[in-house]
Design a protein around this ligand. Structure first.
Ligand code: ADP
Length: 255
């Protein structure tokens, strides 16, 4: 995979919050159709890195390039048009909308040029769009959610809600998918289902970066692993090599 095109290149990214360096010079290269694990103790900067990569926070210094285009200060709605999608550690589904409408919001995002349009576009307009509805239903079917399309998220199991979040992110047709602790709160069967979903997503050429706390899961799921500790990359490589690194073992024992 070492000759696959680079999808994400972060160089010396620093993010400070009132003097606290949440990221203290992080560099990262991720290639096409790779599944990359991002691990590290609590407070090591994983979520902050996702926030920078997805345009939620501009970095204090350093650069980010997505698909060869500099995106260091590109806001998240524009990055989503460029092919970056993410899910959140705490589910962020629209609670008053049905599962189908949640996914339609993702489909709509591929067409919206402006964030305000995305925000104010009335749901009644969305509901009346037959083509968008069909597109959403195809995606729901792919993720085993079609029978739940008319339910609101709170009527679903937690695992199914997590799947809706992934389905909505995939509806934006991303090239880079950022998953923030997608396995948190899932049971064993749901974790296996998640692994299959992530593999299917990768098989379509999408690059996936996954924040995950469970090292065992990362080892079995990811092609390469990046380990953060106090805002720095302390290891980066194949899961088996990273798992044996003394720095990594020490960082985890101190957690
Ligand atoms: P992780 O996801 O690895 O647990 P975070 O990226 O959430 O780590 O946090 C890294 C550090 O940055 C922590 O010390 C956290 O308190 C701090 N931090 C994160 N976001 C903010 C923010 N918006 N304001 C101030 N400090 C923050």
């Amino acid at each position: 995979h070492d000759d696959a095109p680079v999808v994400l290149q972060a160089t010396d990214v620093v993010k400070s919050f009132k003097g606290l360096k949440a990221l203290a010079g992080v560099s990262l290269t991720v290639r096409r159709a790779e599944i990359r694990g991002l691990v590290g103790p609590n407070g090591s900067g994983k979520t902050t890195l996702f926030n920078v990569l997805s345009g939620i926070h501009p970095p204090t210094s350093g650069t980010v390039e997505v698909l060869g285009t500099r995106s260091t200060t590109t806001p998240s709605y524009r990055l989503s048009l460029r092919g970056v999608a993410r899910t959140f550690q705490n589910l962020r589904l629209f609670s008053l909308l049905s599962v189908r409408e949640n996914v339609m919001m993702g489909v709509d995002r591929t067409k919206s040029r402006w964030s305000w349009r995305y925000i104010i576009r009335p749901i009644s307009v969305l509901r009346a769009d037959g083509r968008m509805r069909r597109e959403a239903d195809e995606i729901l079917e792919r993720y085993g959610l079609l029978s739940l399309a008319d339910a609101v998220p709170s009527e679903l199991s937690y695992g199914a809600q997590r799947r809706v979040e992934i389905a909505r992110a995939m509806a934006t047709k991303p090239k880079l998918l950022l998953l923030d602790e997608p396995a948190a709160g899932l049971n064993g069967d749901e974790v296996n289902q998640l692994k299959a979903i992530v593999n299917d997503i990768r098989a379509t050429g999408v690059t996936v970066i996954i924040i995950e706390h469970n090292m065992g899961l990362v080892m079995s799921m990811c092609d390469r692993v990046t380990v953060l500790s106090t805002g720095k990359v302390i290891a980066d490589g194949l899961p088996e090599d990273v798992g044996q690194s003394p720095e990594v073992i020490e960082a985890y024992l101190g957690d």
